[in-house]
Write a protein that binds this ligand. Structure first.
Ligand code: PHB
Length: 398
């Protein structure tokens, strides 16, 4: 009697929850957790100076999943989006809302290094699969690396080191740095200084502005009086657009070369117009890369969104690619972390950016390209540094 009622209850659940296939093959039914949608939390900026960056990442992730028929490893993907506003003070609460409140299976975020550091603290403790599609805070793949945290973008010092090398090669001897004074700007400048000083360059002055301030005039006036050969700047998104416009308006464009990581021009290359002509950057992506993945990605993205993808979209694409690789190895079951994380750690694929693989600290090893903005496009000038790996200093996995 007791047994009978249990069996019939199970059959009812199968019929109601898993449908006709499960009813016909009751013993081949997949675990319920695998049939349910995979809940993917997106902690990204959808407002403020980095809004377009969050949107580019999201668009590319959505495109990837749609191209797979809306599923990864047999699981329907459900995005649960939270606007983090690139505001570090809100980061802990918003991450908890996704992890503990929404009980997401996978966490993806974010753009701003300060927000990412608070997010990663919770992600490490919760142990859920976590992918960082932009934020470069060095510590996330150095001393605070974790086996459940993967970065598909870059470490902040990587583009800085590459730009410094290219500036030395271009014969530049003196520079001023002028950047947002938070982790990303500070670490980008530190990377630049590392290679620029090692190559014999001299830093005349280091100027900063609090994030997300865009009152650049005082610093630009100081640069005009210091007369360095070049300026190295980390700004991004809406702030970078205004910076390049103000730099040109201050009359510096033709007398002091402007350099930076690719973020200075990414996503704003066509909006900045002639004010941006001549800005040189080092990046792990350039529009014209001649590889099959890039050509297809650019055509598909343009068809879907009526605009061309930038580096942020590429990072979103690669994030979903890496997640897909992990999910397939785990048969769609995120609880099978050993299989999932091993496949992600060892993943090697051709990204629109070129060859992609991860370091022992789970940060990309990739090429950095030298680019010059001209006529609304970053032109490829050559490889600034090949196969760049960030130091894994202090990482227990390395
Ligand atoms: C960061 O905060 O790590 C950051 C933000 C925007 C970028 C790059 C890095 O374009």
């Amino acid at each position: 009697m007791h047994n009978k009622s249990r069996v019939s209850r199970r059959r009812v659940l199968q019929m109601a929850g898993v449908g006709a296939v499960a009813a016909a093959f009751p013993f081949a039914r997949p675990a319920i957790s695998q049939g349910a949608p995979l809940r993917v939390g997106l902690l990204l900026p959808y407002s403020g100076t980095f809004a377009a960056l969050g949107t580019g990442i999201t668009n590319a992730m959505d495109l990837y999943v749609k191209q797979q028929g809306g599923k990864l490893a047999g699981r329907t993907i459900e995005w649960i989006k939270v606007d983090d506003e690139s505001a570090p003070p809100k980061a802990t609460e918003l991450t908890s809302k996704l992890v503990q409140g929404e009980k997401v299976d996978v966490l993806i975020g974010t753009v701003h290094s300060g927000v990412a550091m608070a997010m990663a603290k919770i992600a490490r403790e919760a142990g859920l699969p976590t992918l960082i599609p932009n934020a470069g805070a060095n510590v996330l793949t150095r001393a605070q690396c974790a086996k459940n945290i993967f970065r598909t973008s870059f470490g902040n010092s990587q583009p800085g080191v590459a730009a410094g090398l290219a500036m030395i090669k271009a014969g530049i001897k003196t520079a001023v740095t002028y950047s947002w004074g938070y982790a990303a700007g500070e670490e980008s400048v530190a990377g630049f200084k590392q290679s620029f000083l090692a190559g014999g360059g001299k830093i005349i002055k280091e100027l900063t502005l609090p994030f997300p301030n865009v009152e650049f005039q005082a610093g630009l006036a100081e640069i005009a009086s210091l007369k360095p050969e070049a300026v190295y700047s980390f700004y991004a998104g809406g702030g970078a657009l205004k910076y390049m416009q103000d730099y040109a308006a201050a009359g510096l464009k033709n007398s002091v070369q402007l350099w930076g990581p690719g973020f200075l021009t990414d996503g704003v290359e066509s909006k900045v117009g002639a004010a941006g002509d001549g800005v040189k950057t080092a990046s792990h992506y350039v529009e014209s890369l001649d590889n099959a993945e890039n050509k297809k990605f650019r055509a598909d993205y343009n068809a879907a969104f009526k605009m061309f993808p930038d580096v942020y979209a590429v990072q979103g694409w690669d994030t979903t690619m890496l997640l897909d690789i992990g999910l397939k190895a785990a048969g769609g079951d995120v609880k099978k972390q050993d299989a999932m994380f091993k496949a992600m750690r060892e993943a090697k694929f051709n990204s629109p950016r070129g060859p992609f693989r991860l370091s022992a600290a789970q940060n990309p090893i990739h090429n950095f390209y030298l680019r010059e903005l001209k006529g609304g496009e970053n032109k490829f000038l050559g490889i600034a540094a090949a196969d760049v790996s960030d130091p894994t200093t202090g990482c227990s996995l390395a």
